[in-house]
Structures are given as structure tokens and as C-alpha cells.
Design a binder for this molecule. Structure first.
Ligand SMILES: *Cc1c(COP(=O)(O)O)cnc(C)c1O
Length: 227
């Protein structure tokens, strides 16, 4: 069971131990990257997470990340919607962008990365949920993959997807399988599936990375509560 109380360090240790146990039960060797999703969490909580051993954090909003993460020694994942007019800031602030879902976003990030003289690792976000606004539809994935691969300053490392929430497990699994099929065609190494409510199913589907918010931090504060 997930702990509802206790410190960030307690919850992080508990969920890591559970993840290791599930990996063992699946007979999957190796490790899985846990990205601590810090959206709406204050900087003090992010610092607490780093002290507890968190090595990667995920943020959805550029503006929020600017004040909170910029100077912290941690691997930063952008997991929010990529607005083309924010591409430059995203590229300056983050180590990897997980949410490239259309060629315009890929091109804007490519230009930003070129300006900064770097190659930006990205994941392509696939839409596997009727309630999710963003993500490329699975039928259009191959076109986006080809387009993004042709860009000199991006490196496509795999696939990210968000499963439908509150559906039967069999539906979650089916959605994850769709994302996995795209991932296999991508030739990448990173499959970012799984959040606090569905990470077990994600591991069963072969996810190599989990994005965990509430499992580590507890319930999220309202957005207005920040700053
Ligand atoms: C908020 C968010 C998460 C974390 O959600 P939890 O259910 O709190 O674990 C993961 N991925 C994305 C893209 C998110 O926006």
C-alpha cells in the first residue's frame, strides 16, 4: 500500500522498494528511472526529494520551473505541453523533453537547440487516452518519428504516454501496449509510461521510466497555492 502519511523520504524509499519488488516478480533485471513530478510542489519539497536521493524531476510548466528548478543539481524532464514560443526557454532549462507531439514543436525545439549548440534528447508523446488532449495519435506516430529524426539537433530517445485514468486494468494495459508498439518502432531506449496510479501496469508493459508525483509527494497542492 502507498503511504498516505510520512515524509517525502519515507514515501520515496517505500515506492522504490515496491518498484524493485515488482521488477523482481516480473523477472525484469536492471533498474527503472523514477522521475519525481514536482508540479505545484514548492521548492522546499523538491529540495527534500533531492536529499532523499531523487535524481530526476519532471515539470509541466516553464514558468513554474524557472523559479523553482533552475539552479538545482538534478536531471530535469519537461513533461508538459510544448508551446512553440516557449521552446527556447524549455531548451535552456531542461535536460530532456518528453512531450514532443507534433512536428511544429519538434522544429521549434530543434531551432532552439541549434542556437544553443547542443543536441536535445526528446521523447515522442503518443496519445493513448480519449481524455488526454495532447500526444500524437498512434496512426500518425511514424510520420512524426520520421520528421523528428530528420532534425539535426534533436535525438529521439523513445516514447512517453499518459494512460486513461479511472478505467479497468485491462483497458490501461491495452493503452500501454499501443504506446509500446510505437516505442518498438522508434528504435529508442526510453519508454516513459506509468504514474502514481498505474505504474505497476506500466512496468508489466515494459516501461523503463515512471513519472511519479503523488506517490512521492502526497496530494498535490492547488495550482494557486504556489509562490
Ligand atoms: C502530473 C503528471 C504526472 C504525475 O502524476 P501522479 O499521478 O501524481 O503521479 C506524470 N506525468 C505527467 C505528464 C503529469 O502531468
Amino acid at each position: 500500500m502507498m503511504l498516505e502519511r510520512g515524509s517525502i523520504a519515507d514515501r520515496y524509499a517505500a515506492v522504490r522498494a515496491e518498484i524493485d519488488a515488482v521488477l523482481r516478480s516480473l523477472g525484469r533485471p536492471g533498474t527503472v528511472r523514477v522521475v519525481a513530478v514536482t508540479k505545484f510542489q514548492p521548492r522546499t519539497c523538491v529540495q527534500e526529494a533531492l536529499a532523499a536521493g531523487v535524481e530526476s524531476v519532471g515539470e509541466n510548466y516553464v514558468k513554474e520551473a524557472e523559479g523553482k528548478l533552475a539552479d538545482l543539481p538534478v536531471r530535469k524532464h519537461f513533461i508538459g505541453h510544448v508551446q512553440t514560443n516557449k521552446a527556447r526557454r524549455i531548451c535552456e532549462l531542461f535536460d530532456i523533453v518528453e512531450s514532443v507531439d507534433r512536428i511544429e514543436a519538434a522544429r521549434a525545439l530543434d531551432r532552439a537547440a541549434a542556437t544553443q549548440g547542443r543536441t536535445l534528447p526528446v521523447l515522442l508523446q503518443v496519445n493513448i487516452s480519449p481524455t488526454e488532449r495532447f500526444g500524437v495519435r498512434p496512426e500518425a506516430f511514424d510520420d512524426l518519428l520520421a520528421g523528428a529524426r530528420a532534425l539535426e539537433h534533436l535525438r529521439v530517445e523513445g516514447v512517453m504516454a499518459i494512460a486513461p485514468a479511472g478505467v479497468p486494468q485491462v483497458q490501461t494495459m491495452r493503452a500501454f501496449e499501443t504506446a509500446r508498439a510505437c516505442f518498438e518502432r522508434s528504435g529508442g531506449k526510453v519508454l516513459s509510461l506509468g504514474m502514481s496510479g498505474d505504474w505497476r501496469e506500466a512496468l508489466a508493459a515494459g516501461s523503463t521510466e515512471l513519472r511519479l508525483g503523488t506517490a512521492i509527494f502526497g496530494p498535490r497542492p492547488a495550482k494557486e497555492a504556489i509562490r
